[in-house]
Design a protein around this ligand. Structure first.
Ligand code: SDX
Length: 428
């Protein structure tokens, strides 16, 4: 933009607002004094033009399809890093040394067990409860068990709560799955990797040994990397808003899980696979493309489109490639992948999708891989929440430490009744 300030003329009065520049990406107009100067609010439903905070964690260039975590491109991290190392990077800002990574990983490992009484919470749910409903309830209950890490003014308690959340979310997620299939809970094993431990807690049974397939472990870890953080998306903004009131971190993450569940957000991975299964065959794709374009039909292509990416979601590129590789390595041939590929091909040449810059997003291919690994579709958003917990925790810590942050309290454009007198029932 180049200008150092933006001028506003309102009601015959002029006022000026500083332009702030980041290290990369759009400038921002600092409008914090706008209401005081003009008596007017800005109006931005859905926050399409609003920066809610300053952050150093994740940068997205939607036009170029770029995603950086602390400056490192997501495709390099997905190919060369692992989820534990990325977790350290998101929380601390730099890649760890070997010793730092071993210490961090060891700390997380020792927090993976949950309070034994937490298991009682699961028994209150019906067995067919959606696992995301269970996650909302159980994670929200954590503050009842870990009161010694809920004082957000104490940096040490913030650190312990952060480690507990990152460490326990796979255990809680695996328990949600086990409960849904009527199998016994499996305890964490400290000799396994973060992702290997999750797979063991999910798929092993006491009756026999469980071999962790390295192909599956690598695919799962890559999926966790690709879902770890994503700037100020709806669920991260929910976590920040909850945290701005001083709510404890466990309650904030439970709020993020609730928001992520929506089909417009993290729930889209479950909806996308269900949609692909409903389409079933490439011959039926034109019918669904037509429905997606029909304004009178609420149907949308799930896993397509994005508020920020007006280019191909870089995570979808990695997942699209991984889907072919993982299914081949597992010897699985899922016709749904052919439907997904054909749907993408048709949509990307259709003027409607081209004009609106609608591309596959992170949720379009992830379900094909998760299904091949053996997860039911109802677990897909749970896995998204598992991975995103480290991003939420990193963003929450950044918000708490930000001296500019205060309780989030948006205003409104009021279009309801102006003041009127109460009418007694006998006169109505
Ligand atoms: C995630 O924010 C994040 O970063 C989220 C996320 C993360 O990592 O945290 O990336 C994860 O949530 C990915 C998105 C998953 N959601 C879906 O796949 C659901 C399907 N997609 C859409 O519902 C939609 O694209 C959104 C919600 C993702 C984005 O919606 P926007 O930015 O509010 O855009 P919009 O609804 O205003 O759509 C713009 C136009 C509209 O047409 P017009 O009214 O302008 O004529 O594009 C159309 C929409 O109807 N459109 C679609 C479409 N998505 C948008 N039409 C058909 N199919 C779609 N999928």
């Amino acid at each position: 933009m180049g200008d150092s300030s933006a001028k506003v003329e309102l009601g015959g009065k002029a006022s000026e607002y500083k332009i702030l520049s980041g290290s990369v990406g759009p400038d921002v107009i600092d409008i914090r004094k706008l209401y005081g100067n003009t008596g007017a609010f800005t109006y931005d439903p859905g926050f399409t033009s609003t920066a809610s905070c300053e952050s150093k964690i994740t940068f997205i260039d939607g036009d170029q399809g770029v995603l950086l975590h602390r400056g490192y491109p997501i495709d390099q991290l997905a190919e060369q890093s692992n989820f534990m190392e990325l977790s350290y990077l998101l929380l601390n800002g730099e890649l760890p040394s070997k010793a730092e990574l071993e210490k961090f990983s060891g700390t997380i490992t020792r927090h993976t067990m949950v309070h034994e009484q937490l298991a009682q919470f699961y028994r209150g749910f019906r067995r067919d409860a959606h696992p995301m409903a269970v996650m909302c309830g159980v994670v929200g209950a954590l503050s009842a068990f870990y009161h010694d890490s809920t004082d957000i003014a104490d940096p040490h308690q913030r650190l312990v709560a952060s480690h507990r959340l990152i460490a326990k979310i796979p255990t809680i997620a695996a328990m949600a799955y086990k409960y849904s299939v009527g199998q016994p809970f499996v305890y964490p094993k400290n000799n396994l990797s973060y992702t290997g431990n999750f797979l063991n807690m999910t798929f092993s049974v006491p009756a026999e040994e469980y071999e962790i397939d390295p192909v599956v472990e690598a695919a799962m870890d890559k999926i966790f990397i690709l879902h770890a953080d994503h700037e100020q998306n709806a669920s991260t903004s929910t976590v920040r808003l909850a945290g701005s009131s001083g709510a404890n971190p466990f309650a904030c993450i439970a709020a993020g899980i609730a928001c992520l569940w929506g089909p417009a957000h993290g729930g889209a991975n479950e909806a996308a696979l269900n949609m692909l299964r409903e389409i079933g065959h490439i011959d039926r794709i034109p019918e669904y493309i037509a429905r997606a374009k029909n304004k009178d039909d609420p149907f949308r292509l799930m896993g397509f489109g994005h508020r920020v990416y007006k280019n191909y979601d870089p995570r979808a590129k990695v997942l699209g490639k991984a889907a072919t590789e993982v299914l081949a390595k597992l010897g699985k041939n899922d016709p749904i992948l052919d439907v997904a590929r054909k749907l993408e091909e048709i949509a990307l040449t259709d003027p409607y999708f081209v004009e609106k810059k609608l591309y596959p997003n992170v949720d379009f291919y992830s379900g094909v891989i998760l299904s091949a690994i053996g997860f039911p579709t109802t677990m897909f958003t749970v896995l998204f929440a598992l991975a995103r917990t480290v991003g939420w925790v990193a963003q929450w810590n950044e918000m708490i430490a930000d001296p500019e942050q205060k309780i989030g309290r948006p205003r409104q454009l009021y279009t309801g009744h102006t003041q009127r007198d109460y009418v007694p029932l006998t006169q109505r």
